[in-house]
Every structure is written in structure tokens, then in C-alpha cells.
Design a protein around this ligand. Sequence first.
Ligand code: RTP
Ligand code: MG
Length: 139
Amino acid sequence: MSIERTFAIIKPNAVQNGNIGEIITAIEKDGFTIRGLRLTRLTPAICQGFYAEHVGKGFYPELENFMTESPVVLLCLERENAIARWREVMGATDPAKAAEGTLRKKFGESMGRNATHGSDSPASAAREVAYFFNAFDLA
Ligand code: RTP
Ligand code: MG
């Protein structure tokens, strides 16, 4: 297993609910090193580029409305096995199905408003980190 990077988002509902601090604490306690960090608000065009694989699916309009409704926190996280581990820490996409103790169980409100994002593969992680961060943003 090697040190790798993944891309994470603290989604609008979690920012609105004042959960940034608790989520970042969970990230640090789990042994991730934060390499990139930015608060921003996504535009529809930026959201479409980010979720290119989902544009055109039935749930996409709802996803775009949600992701652009208020600010998000963008993160580049580093750790051994970071991609799979971050998805474990987040839990299942649907908070109702997420395991006890996971972030989506704790902070997710529904399938759409599920608090966090995580890359699903090394190729996605590389694309997503580069989509939002340039070399000067990554420490
Ligand atoms: P994410 O990309 O946000 O980390 O979530 P994920 O990999 O667990 O799920 P993905 O399949 O990539 O879907 C992206 C986001 O779209 C919403 N979604 N809604 N109503 C639906 O059937 C449905 N399917 C997906 C979720 O908010 C999911 O996080
Ligand atoms: Mg995904």
C-alpha cells in the first residue's frame, strides 16, 4: 500500500449546518494530511465539469441545484490508501444505508444532501484534484 491523494468536498448542507470543524477533525484524527484546502461556491458550469460522468442522468439537475446553493469546502487529502479509506470514513452514498459512525450517517440528510464527496478511483482522484487545485495550492 502506498501514500496516495484523494479529493474531498464538504458539501453545502454540511457547511450550512456548521459541520466544517467536526468533519476536518475527523479527517485529521483518521491520519490524513491536508494538502489542499479552499472554501468556494460552485457555479453550474464548474459543477457540470466536475460531475461530467453524471450530467444527463435523472438525478443531475437536483445534484447541481444542491451543489451550487451555497459554499463548499474543497480538500486534497493524503494518506496511505487515501481513496478507499476516505470512502470508508464517509460511508455509503445514501445516509440511511451508511454505517454507524460514518460522516454521511452523522451529517447526511438524504441521498442528495449527503454531506461529503470522495473520489472513487485513482484516475478520478487525479482528475478531481487537478480540476480544483493548481500546484501552488498544494502543500
Ligand atoms: P460523491 O461522488 O458525491 O462522492 O458520491 P458517490 O460517489 O457516493 O455517488 P455518485 O454515484 O458519484 O453520485 C454523486 C452524487 O449524486 C447524488 N445521487 N443521487 N437520486 C439518486 O439516485 C442519486 N444518485 C446519486 C448523490 O448525492 C451522490 O453523492
Ligand atoms: Mg462519485
